[in-house]
Design a binder for this molecule. Structure first.
Ligand code: 5GP
Ligand code: ZN
Length: 159
């Protein structure tokens, strides 16, 4: 698995999550394998809020190699099974932010696993209002994305 290209001036020494992987910043660790590290979030949105990250530094969903992405999600499945055992019946929101425009704060790919225990408080982030969209606009944007997928010549590079 090749690490993604570094941005000019970026050092992994600047990345909090790379420091956590190295053990330079303390963390409450729950899972580790060859490619993946998982630990508890220190600002939990609910009891059990955990973060699952690749061991290589990749900023977001655009940059992360497919193998690392698969490893993160395979590990997440183990972790949600464990949450169910450890916390009783749970539902889990798995969310992931890409870019400062959607409030990504730590620029090292991470999947949030945010459980809601049976009887626990509603998770605000899961209660957005359903407002029907403009079908013409949805169709137009959908077609643009589908066409971009058809013409994606960078596909090989990401593997
Ligand atoms: P983002 O908005 O980037 O998706 O979320 C970053 C998450 O990382 C936040 O939920 C925040 O609480 C968590 N976080 C930031 N710094 C640390 C840290 O030093 N240790 C741990 N365990 N979590 C952190
Ligand atoms: Zn990093």
């Amino acid at each position: 698995m090749l690490p993604p290209k570094r941005k000019r001036g970026f050092s992994m020494d600047d990345c909090i999550f790379c420091k956590i992987i190295k053990g330079d910043i303390p963390s409450i660790n729950i899972y580790e394998d060859e490619h993946v590290f998982a630990f508890m979030d220190i600002n939990p949105l609910s009891e059990g809020h955990a973060l699952v990250i690749p061991k290589i530094h990749a900023e977001n969903l655009w940059e992360i190699p497919v193998a690392a992405l698969s490893a993160v999600h395979a590990a997440s499945q183990k972790i949600v099974h464990a949450m169910k055992k450890a916390m009783g019946p749970v539902s889990v929101a798995a969310i992931q932010l890409n870019g400062r425009g959607v409030n990504q704060v730590v620029m090292h790919y991470h999947l949030h696993l945010i459980p809601r225990a049976s009887g626990g408080e509603t998770l605000k982030l899961t209660t957005w209002e359903m407002i029907p969209g403009d079908m013409e606009a949805i169709n137009h944007t959908g077609a643009a994305i589908a066409a971009a997928i058809e013409n994606d010549n960078d596909q090989k590079e990401r593997k």
